[in-house]
Write a protein that binds this ligand. Sequence first.
Ligand code: NAG
Ligand code: NAG
Ligand code: NAG
Ligand code: NAG
Ligand code: NAG
Ligand code: NAG
Length: 485
Amino acid sequence: MSDRNIVPPRFFMFCVVVIATLLLVLYSSFLLHLSDHSFIPRSVLELVFVNNTSHDFKPSFKREQITPPPLNSQGSKVQPQRCQLSNSSQKSNSPTQMGKMACDTTLALLRVFMYDLPPEFHFGLLNWKETANQTWPDVNNPKLVPPYPGGLNLQHSVEYWLTLDLLSSNIAKVFRPCSAIRVQNASQANVVFVPFFSSLSYNQHSKIHGKEKVSINKMLQERLVQFLMGREEWKRSGGRDHVIVAHHPNSMVHARRKLGSSILVLADFGRYPSKIANIQKDIIAPYRHLVNTTPRAESASYEERSTLLYFQGTIYRKAGGAVRHELYYLLKDEKDVHFTFGSTRRNGIQQASQGMALSKFCLNIAGDTPSSNRLFDAIVSHCVPVIISDKIELPFEDVLDYSEFSLFIRASDAVRKGYLLNLLRSIKQEKWTKMWERLKNITQHFEYQYPSQPRDAVNMIWEEVAHKIPSLQLNLHRKNRYQRS
Ligand SMILES: *[C@@H]1O[C@H](CO)[C@@H](O)[C@H](O)[C@H]1NC(C)=O
Ligand SMILES: *[C@@H]1O[C@H](CO)[C@@H](O)[C@H](O)[C@H]1NC(C)=O
Ligand SMILES: *[C@@H]1O[C@H](CO)[C@@H](O)[C@H](O)[C@H]1NC(C)=O
Ligand SMILES: *[C@@H]1O[C@H](CO)[C@@H](O)[C@H](O)[C@H]1NC(C)=O
Ligand SMILES: *[C@@H]1O[C@H](CO)[C@@H](O)[C@H](O)[C@H]1NC(C)=O
Ligand SMILES: *[C@@H]1O[C@H](CO)[C@@H](O)[C@H](O)[C@H]1NC(C)=O
Protein backbone atom coordinates (compact mmCIF):
# COMPACT_ATOMS: atom_id res chain seq x y z
CA MET A 1 0.00 0.00 0.00
CA SER A 2 1.40 3.40 -0.93
CA ASP A 3 1.54 6.16 1.60
CA ARG A 4 -0.79 8.24 -0.44
CA ASN A 5 -3.64 5.83 0.08
CA ILE A 6 -3.60 6.15 3.79
CA VAL A 7 -3.18 9.89 4.08
CA PRO A 8 -6.31 10.78 6.05
CA PRO A 9 -8.62 13.57 4.93
CA ARG A 10 -8.46 16.89 6.68
CA PHE A 11 -11.51 16.13 8.77
CA PHE A 12 -9.93 13.03 10.06
CA MET A 13 -6.75 14.86 11.01
CA PHE A 14 -8.81 17.43 12.83
CA CYS A 15 -10.54 14.76 14.80
CA VAL A 16 -7.31 13.03 15.66
CA VAL A 17 -6.04 16.27 17.11
CA VAL A 18 -9.22 16.75 19.12
CA ILE A 19 -9.11 13.22 20.45
CA ALA A 20 -5.44 13.49 21.32
CA THR A 21 -6.10 16.68 23.22
CA LEU A 22 -8.98 15.10 25.07
CA LEU A 23 -6.89 12.11 26.00
CA LEU A 24 -4.14 14.35 27.25
CA VAL A 25 -6.55 16.31 29.40
CA LEU A 26 -8.10 13.14 30.72
CA TYR A 27 -4.75 11.59 31.45
CA SER A 28 -3.47 14.61 33.27
CA SER A 29 -6.63 14.77 35.30
CA PHE A 30 -5.87 11.29 36.56
CA LEU A 31 -2.35 12.24 37.41
CA LEU A 32 -3.52 15.31 39.23
CA HIS A 33 -5.85 13.14 41.30
CA LEU A 34 -8.78 14.95 39.89
CA SER A 35 -10.54 11.85 38.83
CA ASP A 36 -13.04 12.24 41.63
CA HIS A 37 -14.33 15.25 39.79
CA SER A 38 -14.84 13.03 36.86
CA PHE A 39 -16.65 13.48 33.62
CA ILE A 40 -18.83 10.53 34.27
CA PRO A 41 -22.56 10.88 34.74
CA ARG A 42 -23.78 10.84 38.26
CA SER A 43 -25.74 7.67 37.68
CA VAL A 44 -22.52 5.76 37.15
CA LEU A 45 -21.03 7.19 40.30
CA GLU A 46 -24.09 6.29 42.28
CA LEU A 47 -23.67 2.66 41.52
CA VAL A 48 -20.73 2.52 43.86
CA PHE A 49 -22.62 4.04 46.72
CA VAL A 50 -23.85 0.65 47.71
CA ASN A 51 -27.10 0.29 49.50
CA ASN A 52 -27.96 -2.45 51.87
CA THR A 53 -31.48 -2.65 50.61
CA SER A 54 -30.71 -2.70 46.93
CA HIS A 55 -29.98 -6.26 45.94
CA ASP A 56 -30.45 -5.46 42.29
CA PHE A 57 -29.17 -2.39 40.64
CA LYS A 58 -32.03 -0.55 39.10
CA PRO A 59 -30.25 1.66 36.65
CA SER A 60 -31.81 5.04 36.26
CA PHE A 61 -31.50 5.16 32.49
CA LYS A 62 -34.92 4.81 30.92
CA ARG A 63 -35.70 4.82 27.25
CA GLU A 64 -39.02 6.18 26.21
CA GLN A 65 -41.85 4.27 24.64
CA ILE A 66 -40.31 0.92 24.37
CA THR A 67 -42.73 -1.79 25.24
CA PRO A 68 -41.23 -4.84 26.86
CA PRO A 69 -40.56 -7.48 24.24
CA PRO A 70 -42.36 -10.77 24.75
CA LEU A 71 -40.16 -13.32 26.42
CA ASN A 72 -39.15 -15.93 23.97
CA SER A 73 -40.02 -19.23 25.55
CA GLN A 74 -38.47 -21.31 22.83
CA GLY A 75 -34.99 -19.95 23.46
CA SER A 76 -34.63 -23.20 25.28
CA LYS A 77 -30.90 -23.26 25.62
CA VAL A 78 -30.31 -24.34 29.17
CA GLN A 79 -27.87 -22.46 31.39
CA PRO A 80 -24.65 -24.40 31.42
CA GLN A 81 -24.23 -26.52 34.48
CA ARG A 82 -21.32 -25.43 36.58
CA CYS A 83 -18.70 -27.98 37.15
CA GLN A 84 -18.87 -28.51 40.86
CA LEU A 85 -15.83 -29.03 42.96
CA SER A 86 -17.56 -31.05 45.61
CA ASN A 87 -20.94 -31.98 46.87
CA SER A 88 -20.88 -29.17 49.36
CA SER A 89 -20.40 -26.61 46.67
CA GLN A 90 -23.75 -27.48 45.19
CA LYS A 91 -25.33 -26.03 48.25
CA SER A 92 -23.21 -22.96 48.16
CA ASN A 93 -25.35 -21.04 45.77
CA SER A 94 -28.70 -22.25 46.89
CA PRO A 95 -30.99 -19.64 48.36
CA THR A 96 -31.16 -21.40 51.69
CA GLN A 97 -27.53 -20.55 52.22
CA MET A 98 -28.11 -16.90 51.60
CA GLY A 99 -30.16 -16.52 54.69
CA LYS A 100 -29.63 -14.95 58.00
CA MET A 101 -26.67 -17.07 59.00
CA ALA A 102 -23.17 -16.11 58.14
CA CYS A 103 -21.64 -18.40 55.60
CA ASP A 104 -20.60 -21.73 57.08
CA THR A 105 -16.95 -22.60 56.58
CA THR A 106 -17.68 -26.21 55.75
CA LEU A 107 -20.27 -25.30 53.12
CA ALA A 108 -18.29 -22.63 51.33
CA LEU A 109 -16.91 -23.30 47.90
CA LEU A 110 -13.67 -21.57 48.77
CA ARG A 111 -11.93 -20.85 52.07
CA VAL A 112 -9.86 -17.71 51.78
CA PHE A 113 -7.28 -16.29 54.13
CA MET A 114 -6.82 -12.55 53.65
CA TYR A 115 -3.81 -10.65 54.92
CA ASP A 116 -4.54 -7.75 57.22
CA LEU A 117 -2.47 -5.37 55.13
CA PRO A 118 -2.35 -1.79 56.44
CA PRO A 119 -5.15 0.44 55.06
CA GLU A 120 -2.77 2.35 52.78
CA PHE A 121 -2.84 -0.72 50.52
CA HIS A 122 -6.60 -0.78 50.19
CA PHE A 123 -9.31 1.39 51.73
CA GLY A 124 -6.79 4.07 52.63
CA LEU A 125 -6.51 4.65 48.87
CA LEU A 126 -10.22 5.52 48.98
CA ASN A 127 -9.46 8.16 51.60
CA TRP A 128 -10.99 6.05 54.29
CA LYS A 129 -9.62 7.13 57.66
CA GLU A 130 -9.21 4.32 60.11
CA THR A 131 -9.78 4.92 63.77
CA ALA A 132 -7.26 3.50 66.24
CA ASN A 133 -5.89 0.13 65.18
CA GLN A 134 -8.66 -0.51 62.68
CA THR A 135 -7.52 -2.32 59.53
CA TRP A 136 -10.85 -2.63 57.78
CA PRO A 137 -13.95 -0.47 57.49
CA ASP A 138 -17.09 -1.71 59.11
CA VAL A 139 -18.97 -3.36 56.28
CA ASN A 140 -21.92 -4.23 58.45
CA ASN A 141 -23.76 -1.26 57.14
CA PRO A 142 -23.16 -1.04 53.41
CA LYS A 143 -24.09 2.62 53.52
CA LEU A 144 -20.91 3.32 55.45
CA VAL A 145 -18.61 1.39 53.14
CA PRO A 146 -16.20 3.82 51.48
CA PRO A 147 -17.21 4.27 47.83
CA TYR A 148 -14.78 3.52 45.02
CA PRO A 149 -13.96 6.55 42.88
CA GLY A 150 -16.03 6.80 39.73
CA GLY A 151 -15.05 7.58 36.20
CA LEU A 152 -12.72 5.33 34.34
CA ASN A 153 -11.34 4.04 37.64
CA LEU A 154 -14.50 2.04 37.99
CA GLN A 155 -13.62 -0.23 35.07
CA HIS A 156 -10.93 -1.87 37.16
CA SER A 157 -12.76 -1.95 40.48
CA VAL A 158 -12.78 -5.75 40.80
CA GLU A 159 -10.19 -5.45 43.61
CA TYR A 160 -12.74 -3.53 45.66
CA TRP A 161 -15.69 -5.86 45.15
CA LEU A 162 -13.71 -8.99 45.97
CA THR A 163 -12.28 -7.47 49.14
CA LEU A 164 -15.69 -6.26 50.31
CA ASP A 165 -17.17 -9.65 49.63
CA LEU A 166 -14.57 -11.36 51.81
CA LEU A 167 -15.00 -8.83 54.59
CA SER A 168 -18.72 -9.43 54.65
CA SER A 169 -18.46 -13.20 54.51
CA ASN A 170 -18.31 -13.52 58.29
CA ILE A 171 -21.18 -11.15 58.94
CA ALA A 172 -24.58 -12.70 59.41
CA LYS A 173 -26.43 -9.51 58.56
CA VAL A 174 -25.10 -9.33 55.03
CA PHE A 175 -27.07 -11.48 52.60
CA ARG A 176 -24.75 -13.02 50.06
CA PRO A 177 -24.11 -16.39 48.47
CA CYS A 178 -21.75 -18.63 50.35
CA SER A 179 -19.14 -19.12 47.66
CA ALA A 180 -16.07 -17.68 49.37
CA ILE A 181 -15.56 -17.39 53.08
CA ARG A 182 -12.78 -15.66 54.92
CA VAL A 183 -10.98 -17.86 57.45
CA GLN A 184 -8.66 -16.53 60.13
CA ASN A 185 -6.13 -19.34 59.97
CA ALA A 186 -4.19 -19.68 56.76
CA SER A 187 -3.70 -23.39 57.26
CA GLN A 188 -7.44 -23.87 56.79
CA ALA A 189 -7.55 -21.85 53.60
CA ASN A 190 -7.61 -22.99 49.98
CA VAL A 191 -6.11 -19.71 48.85
CA VAL A 192 -4.59 -16.54 50.28
CA PHE A 193 -6.01 -13.23 49.08
CA VAL A 194 -3.77 -10.17 48.84
CA PRO A 195 -5.98 -7.10 49.38
CA PHE A 196 -3.99 -4.52 47.44
CA PHE A 197 -6.02 -2.10 45.30
CA SER A 198 -3.36 -2.13 42.62
CA SER A 199 -5.40 -0.55 39.82
CA LEU A 200 -6.44 2.39 41.96
CA SER A 201 -2.87 2.73 43.16
CA TYR A 202 -1.75 2.92 39.53
CA ASN A 203 -4.54 5.29 38.48
CA GLN A 204 -4.08 7.74 41.31
CA HIS A 205 -0.53 7.45 42.60
CA SER A 206 1.80 6.84 39.69
CA LYS A 207 3.14 10.37 39.68
CA ILE A 208 6.15 11.45 41.66
CA HIS A 209 5.45 14.44 43.87
CA GLY A 210 7.85 17.04 45.21
CA LYS A 211 10.91 15.47 46.70
CA GLU A 212 9.73 11.88 46.50
CA LYS A 213 12.17 9.54 44.83
CA VAL A 214 9.57 6.99 43.83
CA SER A 215 5.83 7.20 43.33
CA ILE A 216 3.48 5.94 46.00
CA ASN A 217 2.37 3.29 43.52
CA LYS A 218 5.90 1.93 43.18
CA MET A 219 6.61 2.23 46.88
CA LEU A 220 3.49 0.24 47.76
CA GLN A 221 4.45 -2.49 45.31
CA GLU A 222 7.95 -2.73 46.74
CA ARG A 223 6.62 -2.93 50.24
CA LEU A 224 4.12 -5.57 49.20
CA VAL A 225 6.85 -7.74 47.72
CA GLN A 226 8.90 -7.36 50.89
CA PHE A 227 5.90 -8.21 53.05
CA LEU A 228 4.96 -11.30 51.06
CA MET A 229 8.49 -12.67 50.83
CA GLY A 230 8.68 -12.63 54.61
CA ARG A 231 5.44 -14.53 55.15
CA GLU A 232 5.23 -18.22 55.97
CA GLU A 233 2.07 -18.44 53.85
CA TRP A 234 4.02 -17.31 50.80
CA LYS A 235 7.02 -19.54 51.44
CA ARG A 236 4.79 -22.55 51.99
CA SER A 237 3.64 -22.55 48.38
CA GLY A 238 6.08 -20.20 46.69
CA GLY A 239 3.10 -17.90 46.31
CA ARG A 240 1.21 -20.31 44.07
CA ASP A 241 -1.92 -20.25 46.21
CA HIS A 242 -1.99 -16.47 46.48
CA VAL A 243 -4.63 -14.46 44.64
CA ILE A 244 -3.44 -11.04 43.46
CA VAL A 245 -5.66 -8.61 41.59
CA ALA A 246 -3.91 -6.53 38.92
CA HIS A 247 -6.76 -5.64 36.61
CA HIS A 248 -5.46 -2.43 35.07
CA PRO A 249 -2.99 -3.53 32.37
CA ASN A 250 -0.37 -1.18 33.86
CA SER A 251 -0.89 -2.05 37.48
CA MET A 252 1.75 -3.98 39.42
CA VAL A 253 4.44 -3.37 36.79
CA HIS A 254 7.15 -3.17 39.42
CA ALA A 255 6.11 -6.27 41.33
CA ARG A 256 4.66 -8.57 38.71
CA ARG A 257 7.86 -10.47 38.01
CA LYS A 258 8.45 -11.27 41.64
CA LEU A 259 4.84 -12.15 42.31
CA GLY A 260 4.18 -13.96 39.04
CA SER A 261 3.84 -17.40 40.61
CA SER A 262 0.50 -16.40 42.13
CA ILE A 263 -3.00 -16.56 40.68
CA LEU A 264 -3.40 -13.19 38.99
CA VAL A 265 -6.78 -11.62 38.34
CA LEU A 266 -6.32 -9.65 35.11
CA ALA A 267 -8.13 -7.88 32.29
CA ASP A 268 -6.04 -9.64 29.64
CA PHE A 269 -2.55 -10.99 29.05
CA GLY A 270 -1.58 -8.30 26.55
CA ARG A 271 1.22 -6.75 28.57
CA TYR A 272 2.50 -9.89 30.26
CA PRO A 273 5.07 -12.44 29.17
CA SER A 274 3.35 -15.83 29.06
CA LYS A 275 5.61 -17.19 31.77
CA ILE A 276 4.24 -14.71 34.25
CA ALA A 277 0.62 -14.75 33.21
CA ASN A 278 -1.30 -17.44 31.34
CA ILE A 279 -4.74 -18.98 31.20
CA GLN A 280 -3.61 -22.11 33.05
CA LYS A 281 -2.95 -20.36 36.32
CA ASP A 282 -4.59 -16.96 36.04
CA ILE A 283 -8.08 -15.53 35.84
CA ILE A 284 -9.57 -13.06 33.39
CA ALA A 285 -12.11 -10.84 35.10
CA PRO A 286 -14.61 -8.58 33.33
CA TYR A 287 -14.24 -4.83 33.31
CA ARG A 288 -16.89 -3.09 35.35
CA HIS A 289 -19.17 -1.75 32.61
CA LEU A 290 -19.54 2.01 32.33
CA VAL A 291 -22.93 2.22 30.63
CA ASN A 292 -26.07 1.40 32.56
CA THR A 293 -27.47 -2.09 32.43
CA THR A 294 -30.58 -2.26 30.29
CA PRO A 295 -33.32 -3.75 32.44
CA ARG A 296 -34.46 -7.06 31.01
CA ALA A 297 -38.04 -5.97 30.47
CA GLU A 298 -36.98 -2.78 28.71
CA SER A 299 -34.52 -4.36 26.32
CA ALA A 300 -35.32 -3.26 22.78
CA SER A 301 -36.10 -6.07 20.34
CA TYR A 302 -34.76 -6.63 16.83
CA GLU A 303 -37.18 -4.23 15.12
CA GLU A 304 -36.75 -1.59 17.80
CA ARG A 305 -32.99 -1.46 17.34
CA SER A 306 -32.63 0.86 14.38
CA THR A 307 -28.84 0.85 14.20
CA LEU A 308 -27.27 -2.22 12.66
CA LEU A 309 -23.76 -1.76 14.01
CA TYR A 310 -22.45 0.53 16.72
CA PHE A 311 -18.95 1.64 17.59
CA GLN A 312 -17.92 4.66 19.54
CA GLY A 313 -14.37 5.03 20.63
CA THR A 314 -11.03 6.43 19.81
CA ILE A 315 -10.18 5.47 16.29
CA TYR A 316 -6.50 5.87 16.04
CA ARG A 317 -4.69 3.44 18.28
CA LYS A 318 -1.25 1.95 18.41
CA ALA A 319 -0.13 -1.56 17.54
CA GLY A 320 -3.01 -4.07 17.43
CA GLY A 321 -5.47 -1.23 17.03
CA ALA A 322 -4.62 -0.41 13.43
CA VAL A 323 -7.68 -2.36 12.31
CA ARG A 324 -9.90 0.33 13.84
CA HIS A 325 -8.49 2.81 11.41
CA GLU A 326 -9.15 0.58 8.42
CA LEU A 327 -12.65 -0.28 9.55
CA TYR A 328 -13.47 3.36 9.97
CA TYR A 329 -12.94 3.98 6.27
CA LEU A 330 -14.93 0.91 5.32
CA LEU A 331 -17.91 1.75 7.49
CA LYS A 332 -18.11 5.48 8.01
CA ASP A 333 -20.51 6.19 5.16
CA GLU A 334 -22.94 3.34 5.79
CA LYS A 335 -26.40 4.56 6.77
CA ASP A 336 -27.29 2.09 9.49
CA VAL A 337 -23.81 2.06 11.00
CA HIS A 338 -22.75 4.31 13.86
CA PHE A 339 -18.99 4.59 13.84
CA THR A 340 -17.72 7.73 15.50
CA PHE A 341 -15.25 9.30 17.76
CA GLY A 342 -16.43 9.13 21.28
CA SER A 343 -15.03 10.36 24.47
CA THR A 344 -15.33 9.30 28.02
CA ARG A 345 -16.83 12.61 28.89
CA ARG A 346 -20.26 12.86 30.38
CA ASN A 347 -21.91 12.81 26.98
CA GLY A 348 -19.74 10.03 25.65
CA ILE A 349 -20.94 7.49 28.15
CA GLN A 350 -24.53 8.62 28.02
CA GLN A 351 -24.55 8.51 24.24
CA ALA A 352 -22.96 5.09 24.24
CA SER A 353 -25.52 3.93 26.75
CA GLN A 354 -28.37 4.93 24.48
CA GLY A 355 -26.65 4.02 21.26
CA MET A 356 -25.77 0.49 22.29
CA ALA A 357 -29.21 -0.18 23.72
CA LEU A 358 -30.72 0.67 20.31
CA SER A 359 -28.25 -1.24 18.15
CA LYS A 360 -28.36 -4.83 16.99
CA PHE A 361 -24.60 -5.35 16.95
CA CYS A 362 -21.79 -3.63 18.82
CA LEU A 363 -18.23 -3.67 17.61
CA ASN A 364 -15.45 -4.60 19.95
CA ILE A 365 -12.14 -3.94 18.21
CA ALA A 366 -8.68 -4.47 19.63
CA GLY A 367 -7.30 -1.25 21.01
CA ASP A 368 -3.89 -0.81 22.56
CA THR A 369 -4.76 -3.84 24.68
CA PRO A 370 -6.75 -6.84 23.44
CA SER A 371 -9.59 -6.17 25.90
CA SER A 372 -11.68 -3.15 26.78
CA ASN A 373 -14.74 -2.25 28.77
CA ARG A 374 -16.68 -1.86 25.51
CA LEU A 375 -17.42 -5.58 25.32
CA PHE A 376 -19.05 -5.49 28.73
CA ASP A 377 -20.93 -2.31 27.88
CA ALA A 378 -22.34 -4.15 24.86
CA ILE A 379 -23.31 -7.18 26.92
CA VAL A 380 -25.26 -5.22 29.52
CA SER A 381 -26.95 -3.30 26.68
CA HIS A 382 -27.95 -6.66 25.15
CA CYS A 383 -26.27 -5.55 21.94
CA VAL A 384 -24.73 -8.60 20.26
CA PRO A 385 -20.94 -8.13 20.49
CA VAL A 386 -18.94 -8.42 17.28
CA ILE A 387 -15.46 -9.23 18.49
CA ILE A 388 -12.54 -8.33 16.25
CA SER A 389 -9.61 -8.96 18.52
CA ASP A 390 -7.64 -12.05 17.65
CA LYS A 391 -5.81 -12.22 20.94
CA ILE A 392 -8.67 -11.46 23.28
CA GLU A 393 -9.12 -13.56 26.39
CA LEU A 394 -12.63 -13.70 27.75
CA PRO A 395 -13.83 -13.97 31.33
CA PHE A 396 -15.43 -17.24 32.44
CA GLU A 397 -14.99 -18.86 29.05
CA ASP A 398 -14.73 -22.28 30.66
CA VAL A 399 -18.35 -21.83 31.68
CA LEU A 400 -19.77 -19.52 29.02
CA ASP A 401 -19.83 -20.26 25.32
CA TYR A 402 -19.47 -16.77 23.89
CA SER A 403 -20.44 -17.93 20.43
CA GLU A 404 -24.01 -18.26 21.71
CA PHE A 405 -24.25 -14.51 22.14
CA SER A 406 -21.33 -12.96 20.22
CA LEU A 407 -19.78 -13.04 16.77
CA PHE A 408 -16.06 -13.50 16.32
CA ILE A 409 -14.41 -12.14 13.22
CA ARG A 410 -10.75 -12.42 12.37
CA ALA A 411 -9.08 -9.07 11.88
CA SER A 412 -7.87 -10.17 8.45
CA ASP A 413 -11.48 -10.85 7.36
CA ALA A 414 -12.95 -7.76 8.96
CA VAL A 415 -10.89 -5.41 6.81
CA ARG A 416 -12.00 -7.06 3.56
CA LYS A 417 -14.33 -4.78 1.70
CA GLY A 418 -17.98 -5.61 2.32
CA TYR A 419 -17.23 -8.67 4.43
CA LEU A 420 -18.44 -7.42 7.79
CA LEU A 421 -21.68 -5.80 6.67
CA ASN A 422 -22.61 -8.68 4.38
CA LEU A 423 -22.17 -11.02 7.28
CA LEU A 424 -24.20 -8.93 9.70
CA ARG A 425 -27.00 -8.33 7.18
CA SER A 426 -27.22 -12.04 6.52
CA ILE A 427 -28.07 -12.76 10.13
CA LYS A 428 -31.80 -13.26 10.31
CA GLN A 429 -34.06 -11.88 12.99
CA GLU A 430 -34.60 -15.32 14.45
CA LYS A 431 -30.92 -15.99 14.94
CA TRP A 432 -30.30 -12.53 16.34
CA THR A 433 -33.17 -12.91 18.78
CA LYS A 434 -31.71 -16.15 20.08
CA MET A 435 -28.45 -14.39 20.84
CA TRP A 436 -30.32 -11.52 22.44
CA GLU A 437 -32.24 -13.91 24.69
CA ARG A 438 -28.98 -15.47 25.71
CA LEU A 439 -27.43 -12.05 26.39
CA LYS A 440 -30.24 -11.15 28.73
CA ASN A 441 -29.59 -14.34 30.67
CA ILE A 442 -25.86 -13.95 31.02
CA THR A 443 -25.78 -10.23 31.85
CA GLN A 444 -25.89 -11.06 35.57
CA HIS A 445 -22.46 -12.69 35.33
CA PHE A 446 -20.93 -9.32 34.49
CA GLU A 447 -22.35 -7.31 37.37
CA TYR A 448 -20.14 -6.32 40.27
CA GLN A 449 -22.11 -5.49 43.35
CA TYR A 450 -22.12 -5.41 47.11
CA PRO A 451 -23.50 -7.44 48.69
CA SER A 452 -22.71 -9.95 45.99
CA GLN A 453 -25.49 -11.93 44.35
CA PRO A 454 -25.60 -15.52 43.11
CA ARG A 455 -23.71 -15.94 39.82
CA ASP A 456 -22.67 -12.31 39.62
CA ALA A 457 -19.13 -11.30 38.62
CA VAL A 458 -17.82 -11.56 42.16
CA ASN A 459 -19.11 -15.09 42.62
CA MET A 460 -18.09 -16.16 39.13
CA ILE A 461 -14.54 -15.07 39.95
CA TRP A 462 -14.52 -17.06 43.18
CA GLU A 463 -15.70 -20.06 41.22
CA GLU A 464 -12.88 -19.54 38.74
CA VAL A 465 -10.43 -19.43 41.62
CA ALA A 466 -11.92 -22.66 42.93
CA HIS A 467 -11.40 -24.26 39.51
CA LYS A 468 -7.67 -23.57 39.81
CA ILE A 469 -7.29 -25.46 43.06
CA PRO A 470 -6.95 -29.05 41.84
CA SER A 471 -3.99 -28.23 39.59
CA LEU A 472 -2.55 -26.03 42.31
CA GLN A 473 -2.70 -28.92 44.77
CA LEU A 474 -1.19 -31.29 42.27
CA ASN A 475 1.77 -29.00 41.74
CA LEU A 476 2.26 -28.40 45.44
CA HIS A 477 2.13 -32.07 46.29
CA ARG A 478 4.62 -32.92 43.59
CA LYS A 479 6.91 -30.23 44.89
CA ASN A 480 6.68 -31.73 48.40
CA ARG A 481 7.78 -35.22 47.31
CA TYR A 482 11.38 -34.88 48.37
CA GLN A 483 11.17 -31.81 50.57
CA ARG A 484 9.34 -33.46 53.43
CA SER A 485 11.62 -36.45 53.83
C1 NAG B 1 -30.98 3.21 49.21
O1 NAG B 1 -32.03 2.78 50.02
C2 NAG B 1 -32.95 3.80 50.34
C3 NAG B 1 -33.99 3.20 51.24
O2 NAG B 1 -33.40 2.59 52.35
C4 NAG B 1 -33.56 4.34 49.07
O3 NAG B 1 -34.42 5.42 49.37
C5 NAG B 1 -32.46 4.84 48.17
O4 NAG B 1 -32.99 5.25 46.94
C6 NAG B 1 -31.47 3.76 47.92
N1 NAG B 1 -30.37 4.27 47.12
C7 NAG B 1 -29.88 3.63 46.07
C8 NAG B 1 -28.76 4.30 45.36
O5 NAG B 1 -30.30 2.54 45.71
C1 NAG C 1 -29.98 -1.11 56.11
O1 NAG C 1 -29.31 -0.24 56.98
C2 NAG C 1 -30.18 0.38 57.93
C3 NAG C 1 -29.35 1.30 58.77
O2 NAG C 1 -28.70 2.22 57.96
C4 NAG C 1 -30.88 -0.66 58.77
O3 NAG C 1 -31.80 -0.04 59.65
C5 NAG C 1 -31.61 -1.62 57.87
O4 NAG C 1 -32.17 -2.67 58.64
C6 NAG C 1 -30.67 -2.22 56.87
N1 NAG C 1 -31.40 -3.09 55.95
C7 NAG C 1 -31.05 -4.35 55.73
C8 NAG C 1 -31.90 -5.09 54.77
O5 NAG C 1 -30.07 -4.86 56.25
C1 NAG D 1 -32.89 -17.88 29.88
O1 NAG D 1 -33.23 -18.21 31.22
C2 NAG D 1 -34.53 -18.75 31.35
C3 NAG D 1 -34.83 -18.92 32.82
O2 NAG D 1 -33.76 -19.49 33.48
C4 NAG D 1 -34.62 -20.06 30.58
O3 NAG D 1 -35.92 -20.58 30.69
C5 NAG D 1 -34.29 -19.80 29.12
O4 NAG D 1 -34.28 -21.01 28.42
C6 NAG D 1 -32.95 -19.12 29.00
N1 NAG D 1 -32.74 -18.75 27.60
C7 NAG D 1 -31.55 -18.72 27.03
C8 NAG D 1 -31.51 -18.38 25.60
O5 NAG D 1 -30.52 -18.97 27.65
C1 NAG E 1 -24.31 -34.72 48.89
O1 NAG E 1 -24.96 -34.09 49.99
C2 NAG E 1 -26.24 -34.61 50.27
C3 NAG E 1 -26.89 -33.79 51.34
O2 NAG E 1 -25.94 -33.14 52.14
C4 NAG E 1 -26.09 -36.08 50.69
O3 NAG E 1 -27.35 -36.64 50.97
C5 NAG E 1 -25.44 -36.84 49.54
O4 NAG E 1 -25.21 -38.18 49.92
C6 NAG E 1 -24.11 -36.21 49.14
N1 NAG E 1 -23.61 -36.83 47.95
C7 NAG E 1 -22.33 -37.17 47.82
C8 NAG E 1 -21.94 -37.77 46.51
O5 NAG E 1 -21.49 -36.96 48.68
C1 NAG F 1 -3.43 -0.58 69.34
O1 NAG F 1 -2.84 -1.88 69.43
C2 NAG F 1 -1.71 -1.95 70.27
C3 NAG F 1 -1.12 -3.35 70.21
O2 NAG F 1 -2.07 -4.30 69.88
C4 NAG F 1 -2.15 -1.60 71.70
O3 NAG F 1 -1.03 -1.63 72.57
C5 NAG F 1 -2.75 -0.20 71.70
O4 NAG F 1 -3.25 0.11 72.98
C6 NAG F 1 -3.89 -0.10 70.70
N1 NAG F 1 -4.36 1.25 70.62
C7 NAG F 1 -5.64 1.56 70.69
C8 NAG F 1 -5.95 3.04 70.64
O5 NAG F 1 -6.51 0.73 70.80
C1 NAG G 1 -3.93 -22.72 62.60
O1 NAG G 1 -4.29 -24.08 62.45
C2 NAG G 1 -3.21 -24.96 62.69
C3 NAG G 1 -3.66 -26.37 62.36
O2 NAG G 1 -5.03 -26.50 62.39
C4 NAG G 1 -2.77 -24.83 64.17
O3 NAG G 1 -1.69 -25.71 64.41
C5 NAG G 1 -2.37 -23.40 64.41
O4 NAG G 1 -2.06 -23.23 65.78
C6 NAG G 1 -3.46 -22.44 64.02
N1 NAG G 1 -2.97 -21.08 64.12
C7 NAG G 1 -3.62 -20.14 64.74
C8 NAG G 1 -2.98 -18.80 64.76
O5 NAG G 1 -4.70 -20.32 65.28
